[in-house]
Ligand binder design. Structure first.
Ligand SMILES: NC(=O)c1ccc[n+]([C@@H]2O[C@H](COP(=O)([O-])OP(=O)(O)OC[C@H]3O[C@@H](n4cnc5c(N)ncnc54)[C@H](O)[C@@H]3O)[C@@H](O)[C@H]2O)c1
Length: 433
């Protein structure tokens, strides 16, 4: 595998909002010794190697040849002519004193004009937007931006990660069904090709790994998977698993492991950032709702456990409430039942910070996707399901939602990449004969 430790890795972000700016600020703050990358498994998590008696548990970044944090360069696209310092101030996630310490670094980051169409994100409008003769022309302009970015920053490889607003709900249609139809559609301005697909096309065409942090349809269409196979490009998505869904995928496997029944799971959120405003549009919310609802079914498998989960009523609400800004509050009421069907309740009130939870996910995805590319692993990277609410997987499989299975898969994939034995936790050697 080609090592990337000392080469510059360019991180390309369509959608320079709260998540993107919090991620960038955090990495720069770490590089200046002002912070630690808390929440990032690649930077802080360890990985056990070999038998327990060997006592080998390096930190992941010291085990796998991931890019160093001080070799990351950042660039992106958004719909307003603002630099990353201004975006960070407006997003109101991080302390102004910290932002002032990072000001000159943040101001120097390129934010290119967006490929944007209000039909897909109806609550926003902007004036920093590309014009082109058709959607193919817009994709070519994005590729030119990437070349310009690499030239100005010295980046020798890239990862693209969509941190843009959630686009409206869409089902795949004929234009998404093959690469030739999709390319024809780009030339004919087909209405079913969204801006996020145009960025994804540009990246994948150049062999740049692409991840989707939002729930909307993007690279998860046959046409772009075909292109990824041609250009040997890793793909991952979709919808960062933070806040409430993270809690859900921690709790549900535990309840199922103990064979406790669940009759109802009601989840409601209030949040007041721009993401919340976009999700106030029912069509954008539908995209998010589908993503949030899917997790319980695949974890609990009601078809295999009908007595426990067949009648489960699952409801998810998101309410835009401006006073909270980025500080989301997520409530869960879980109606469970146990021995002899006696009912019990669990209440969770998670006062979380959306972008603080999402930023380390962006970092890990960038580093792992770059590693995947250098390890010749192309197409859907199922081992990165750990980070997503709606993990991409091959069409004949159900996605894996259980956080602990996802974690085991991620670590075993790293062991595999590095030529170490996989860990089964069998431990037969330690039994007395
Ligand atoms: N923060 C979390 O915990 C979390 C979790 C899962 C998913 N997400 C998703 O991540 C995305 C980013 O979240 P956020 O809180 O940073 O939102 P945000 O509104 O602060 O940022 C999104 C940015 O995308 C820009 N944008 C929209 N369409 C664009 C386009 N076509 N090209 C370029 N820029 C475009 C917007 O102008 C905005 O600045 C959202 O889709 C959100 O649903 C966030």
């Amino acid at each position: 595998m080609k090592s990337n430790k000392k080469e510059k890795l360019g991180v390309l972000i369509p959608g320079m909002g709260a998540v993107a700016s919090t991620f960038i600020c955090g990495v720069i703050a770490c590089n200046k010794g002002l912070a630690k990358p808390i929440g990032s498994m690649s930077q802080m998590g360890s990985i056990r190697l070999g038998k327990r008696t060997e006592d080998r548990s390096p930190i992941i970044k010291d085990f796998a040849p991931l890019a160093d944090l001080d070799n990351l360069a950042f660039g992106g696209w958004d719909i307003a002519d603002e630099n990353v310092y201004e975006i960070s101030i407006r997003s109101e996630v991080l302390d102004k004193n910290l932002l002032n310490d990072l000001k000159s670094d943040l101001e120097s980051i390129n934010v290119y004009k967006a490929v944007f169409d209000e039909k897909f994100v109806r609550r926003l409008s902007g004036n920093w937007i590309k014009n082109g003769k058709n959607k193919m022309d817009l994709a070519e302009q994005v590729m030119d931006d990437i070349k310009h970015f690499n030239k100005t920053t010295g980046a020798t490889s890239n990862v693209m990660i969509w941190c843009g607003s959630t686009e409206v709900y869409m089902e795949p249609s004929d234009v998404h069904s093959s690469l030739s139809k999709f390319e024809e559609g780009l030339k004919n301005n087909h209405p079913d090709i969204s801006p996020s697909m145009i960025y994804a096309y540009a990246a994948i065409k150049l062999g740049i790994p692409y991840a989707n942090g939002a729930p909307n349809l993007s690279a998860d269409i046959t046409a772009l998977e075909e292109l990824a196979n041609q250009t040997k490009t890793p793909l991952a998505g979709k919808d960062f698993k933070t806040g409430q869904t993270l809690m859900k995928t921690i709790l549900a496997p535990g309840l199922k492991a103990r064979q406790l029944g669940i009759s109802g799971w009601f989840s409601t959120n209030i949040l007041g950032n721009r993401d919340g405003e976009v999700l106030d549009d029912p069509d954008a919310f539908k995209t998010k709702e589908e993503s949030k609802l899917s997790v319980l079914d695949t974890i609990l498998e009601p078809e295999r456990n009908p007595d426990l989960y067949n009648d489960l009523y699952h409801k998810v609400r998101i309410n835009y409430y401006p006073p909270r800004g980025d500080d989301k509050e997520g409530w869960d009421n879980i109606d469970i039942f146990g021995w002899l069907e006696y009912p019990m309740q669990i209440k969770v009130d998670f006062l979380c910070r959306d972008s603080i939870l999402a930023a380390p996910i962006v970092l890990d995805l960038v580093l792992f996707l770059d590693l995947a590319k250098r390890s010749d692993m192309s197409g859907i990277q199922e081992w990165l399901s750990f980070y997503f609410k709606s993990p991409m997987c091959s069409p004949d499989l159900e996605p894996e939602h259980d956080l602990f299975v996802q974690l085991a898969k991620l670590k075993n994939t790293l062991r595999h990449i590095m030529g170490e034995d996989l860990i089964t936790h069998l431990g037969l050697d330690y039994y007395k004969s």
